[in-house]
Ligand binder design. Structure first.
Ligand code: SPD
Length: 306
């Protein structure tokens, strides 16, 4: 389908729509779990859009996938087993594969149609990771899989936003984070994408961070900026081992040089140090937050189809 005047608009609030022009729709369908489209955007390249929300674009996905993967892996130090919840596009698996120490990556995504669409239409993002011998792709509910999992060094929750009745909201609850904690080895780290850092949209992030704080002994919030999401984005790191939020730049660079094969575009010691300093208003909002997400009280972002 060719189109000159087609736009996909994501409703950020009832008063704001974040739109990108679509120059071509490669595929679109309703899967058993969500609406799916792979499109060419005007300037950000090829993109995956799920339930009308921009997930990943070839033009800026490295600003998301490098930090969500290399931060927990480098802070771990010697990661061997990495479990990815979600991650259908293969971008997180691609980055984890760069680690020489990583022997096994298990990617669990609920939506087989999304994985297949990404395999077909987004080779620039997965770069073969979805078929790599060290990557085991499994179609299933990461909630159930992680409840039974054990002995992982790093768990990366690379999920869609927790929209009402969507496939991901259970994976933002205290129960799920408790399963993740139990699935980690001593010294293991968990990370998730936790929501916007825009002041009017902070509630899901502050509640997600507070919920994770209620489960793990140590947490830290990372701030990334991915232009296609429209605002700075938060990621929460968690571990039962202390997290160093002021790592020495040279030590991180030396560790990356020794442990990582393949190019990094945004991630190094200096960048990591910056990512680990969320702004004051975010830290204060999380400190003041009182609500914990649970299966009885899950996040339910509005679908808000623009
Ligand atoms: N609001 C968009 C948040 C997107 C998070 N998921 C991105 C998946 C990329 N692998």
């Amino acid at each position: 389908m060719e189109s000159k005047d087609q736009w996909i608009g994501e409703e950020l609030t009832p008063h704001d729509v974040w739109q990108h022009r679509v120059t071509k729709v490669l595929t679109s369908c309703q899967t058993p779990f969500q609406t799916l489209a792979v499109v060419d955007s005007g300037v950000y390249g090829r993109a995956l859009v799920l339930d009308n929300r921009w997930q990943t674009c070839t033009g800026d996905e490295f600003l998301y996938h490098e930090p969500i993967v290399h931060t927990p892996l480098v802070l771990h130090g010697n990661p061997r087993r990495v479990l990815i919840a979600g991650g259908a596009d293969g971008g997180a698996a691609r980055e984890a594969l760069k680690w020489k120490t990583v022997e096994e990556i298990r990617l669990v995504d609920i939506d087989g149609a999304a994985v297949e669409a990404c395999r077909t239409w987004l080779p620039e993002i997965h770069q073969g990771s979805l078929n790599h011998s060290r990557v085991h792709v499994e179609i299933g509910d990461a909630y159930d899989v992680i409840a039974q999992a054990r002995d992982w060094d790093v768990i990366i929750a690379d999920l869609t936003d927790p929209i009402e009745d969507g496939p991901a909201y259970k994976l933002f609850t205290r129960e799920f984070f408790t399963h993740c904690r139990q699935a980690l080895r001593p010294g293991g780290l968990f990370v998730n994408q936790a929501g916007s850092m825009s002041p009017p949209l902070l509630t899901p992030l502050s509640r997600t961070a507070k919920t994770i704080e209620s489960v793990f002994a140590h947490t830290a919030v990372m701030s990334v900026f991915v232009p296609t999401y429209g605002s700075p984005w938060g990621m929460v790191l968690a571990s039962d081992t202390p997290i160093n939020t002021s790592p020495a730049i040279d030590a991180i660079d030396a560790h990356l040089a020794q442990s990582v094969n393949g190019p990094l575009r945004m991630f190094d010691g200096r960048t990591l140090l910056g990512l680990l300093q969320p702004p004051r208003h975010v830290r204060e909002r999380i400190a003041d937050e009182t609500m914990i997400y649970s299966l009885d009280n899950p996040p339910q972002l509005s679908r808000g189809n623009a």
